[in-house]
Design a protein around this ligand. Structure first.
Ligand SMILES: [Zn+2]
Ligand SMILES: [Zn+2]
Length: 169
């Protein structure tokens, strides 16, 4: 079992310039707000952290996968989406090409914040129950996966059609 941490002090590795290390941790990943809905993340993510000591700082790579669970973007039924995160950060204080990471304070790396932001940046544009989800009927809201062939009476007055479009925006 990987150690459960929210942050990690890179200084404890005692790396010198040019040295690197691969580490495994369990990092809590908060539930996610996306498109007005809430998605569960399964709690802790097993992360791999690659640390390289550069001349004046660190180059970091964070990798993990999260199984999101929440409403389908199209039909609102339960949906699961696996999101694979692969993010990089460089922290290089001092010198001409100074580059600071917002997740490093001194040598303390805020893994929880980095994992949260990296996940948000990796999200797919839609979270779907199935890749070919038909969504909801624009006229009556019926789930078209369950009832793909249902029919409506032809609209009598085009103004009503306009109204129902507005309501669904
Ligand atoms: Zn769906
Ligand atoms: Zn309908």
């Amino acid at each position: 079992m990987a150690q459960r941490v929210e942050s990690f002090d890179l200084g404890t590795l005692g790396l010198t310039s040019g040295e690197g290390r691969a580490l495994e941790f369990a990092v809590p990943v908060d539930e996610l707000r996306f498109g007005g809905e809430t998605y569960a993340t399964g709690g802790d993510a097993d992360i791999t952290l690659d640390v390289s000591h550069t001349t004046t700082g660190y180059a970091l790579r964070l990798r993990f996968a999260v199984d999101l669970h929440g409403p389908c973007t199209r039909c609102l039924e339960d949906a699961d989406a696996r999101v694979e995160v692969d993010a990089r950060e460089v922290d290089q204080p001092g010198g001409d090409d100074e580059l600071r990471s917002p997740y490093i304070d001194g040598s303390e790396l805020d893994l929880r914040s980095w994992a949260r932001d990296a996940l948000a940046l990796t999200l797919p544009t839609q979270i779907l129950c199935t890749a070919d989800c038909r969504g909801l009927c624009a006229r009556c809201g019926a789930n078209l996966n369950e009832d793909p062939d249902h029919a409506h009476e032809p609209e009598l007055d085009p103004r009503w059609a306009k109204l129902s479009e507005l309501k669904l925006d």
